[in-house]
Design a protein around this ligand. Structure first.
Ligand SMILES: C[S@@+](CC[C@H](N)C(=O)[O-])C[C@H]1O[C@@H](n2cnc3c(N)ncnc32)[C@H](O)[C@@H]1O
Length: 313
């Protein structure tokens, strides 16, 4: 229930896309393009803005089925080389499927070539390679300086303070732009409220701080901690709210998403507090009835974080 199956990632994808901060993404893209241009020496004023002899190189950490690329690639001008890193072989397999489906839905072609996928989006080519890597044990194998931008989404709440230190060190050393989107920040507001919400929320919070493979996870504190670490290393940071607004409504996709969120919260609460199962089941029944009536909504708090290298005057 709390795993990251491709079905769950597909369900959340439209809510993620709607919540993300557009201005932060635009500033990230600008920094990525500037770095790619500096690397390839294409800043000559006579060149058209879209001209670029080398593709922008991006790496997405904990890429899942590739949702981050699907949002960002259309925003970056020109050709791109993407490396999608994840430790889950099933999600890596889902990348080809989801990217192929997305390309076709947009009228682009997608073929297997050059050791990965090549999406021909008309105005540009996006080459996508996957790499199976455990970011806890093997993060140091990634040379972040070989990319023009580092992205990650819906991941940082799973990691430990020590791992964020490793990430901040690597970002600062490489002086590469980072866009870390949709990290949960602890806000979870059901409307209408219910007498059972507080107990469910408290169990959920305790679960969020468990070990997700990186040691005790930071949960809602992750954005703030990473921001402080990047600031301490001289990066220029900005953080902006990027909350999910789910419902009200019983139609798709809100209805399915609300049911999933209710069931996930209840499963976590039963695991943390097995003796409270009858109260938890009653909460689920009340909440599911509200979904059937189209009266329930949920706001889930997230933060987007941009980290840019400090530029000397
Ligand atoms: C909530 S999902 C987000 C996936 C994707 N970024 C998205 O937004 O759809 C968290 C991702 O972290 C990945 N992950 C968790 N632990 C990892 C690890 N130790 N190494 C690499 N990836 C990991 C999972 O496989 C999953 O794809």
């Amino acid at each position: 229930m709390t795993g990251f199956d491709a079905g769950w990632l597909a369900l959340r994808e439209p809510f993620d896309a709607a919540a993300r901060d557009g201005e932060l993404a635009a500033r990230f893209v600008e920094a990525v393009v500037a770095r790619a241009d500096a690397r390839s020496g294409s800043q000559a004023p006579s060149r058209p803005a879209s001209w670029r002899p080398h593709a922008c190189r991006l790496v997405d950490l904990a890429a899942g089925s590739g949702a981050n690329l699907r949002v960002l690639a259309p925003l970056v001008p020109g050709d791109q080389d993407w490396l999608l890193v994840d430790h889950d072989p099933e999600l890596i397999a889902a990348q080809a499927r989801e990217l192929g489906r997305w390309a076709v839905a947009n009228g682009w072609s997608c073929r297997v070539a050059e050791g990965g996928l090549v999406i021909d989006a008309g105005r540009a080519q996006w080459r996508v390679r996957a790499r199976r890597l455990d970011l806890q044990g093997s993060f140091d194998q990634l040379v972040l300086g070989s990319f023009d931008g580092v992205t990650t989404t819906a991941f940082l709440d799973l990691v430990s303070d020590a791992w964020l230190g490793r990430l901040a060190d690597a970002i600062a050393r490489a002086a590469v732009p980072l866009l870390a989107t949709l990290t949960v920040d602890g806000l979870r507001e059901w409307s209408p409220t219910d007498a059972g919400d507080a107990a469910i929320a408290s169990a959920f919070e305790r679960h969020q701080q468990g070990d997700k493979g990186f040691g005790a996870s930071l949960g809602p504190a992750a954005t703030e901690r990473l921001r402080a670490k990047l600031d301490a290393r001289g990066c220029i940071t900005s953080a902006v709210r990027a909350d999910w607004q789910v419902g009200p409504g019983r139609g798709e996709p809100a209805g399915s998403m609300l049911i999933r969120m209710i069931d996930e919260a209840a499963a976590v609460a039963r695991e943390v507090e097995p003796a409270a199962t009858p109260e938890i089941d009653a909460w689920v029944a009340r909440r599911r009835a509200q979904v059937a009536q189209g009266t329930l909504s949920l706001c889930v708090g997230h933060q987007d974080l941009l980290g840019l290298p400090h530029v000397e005057d």
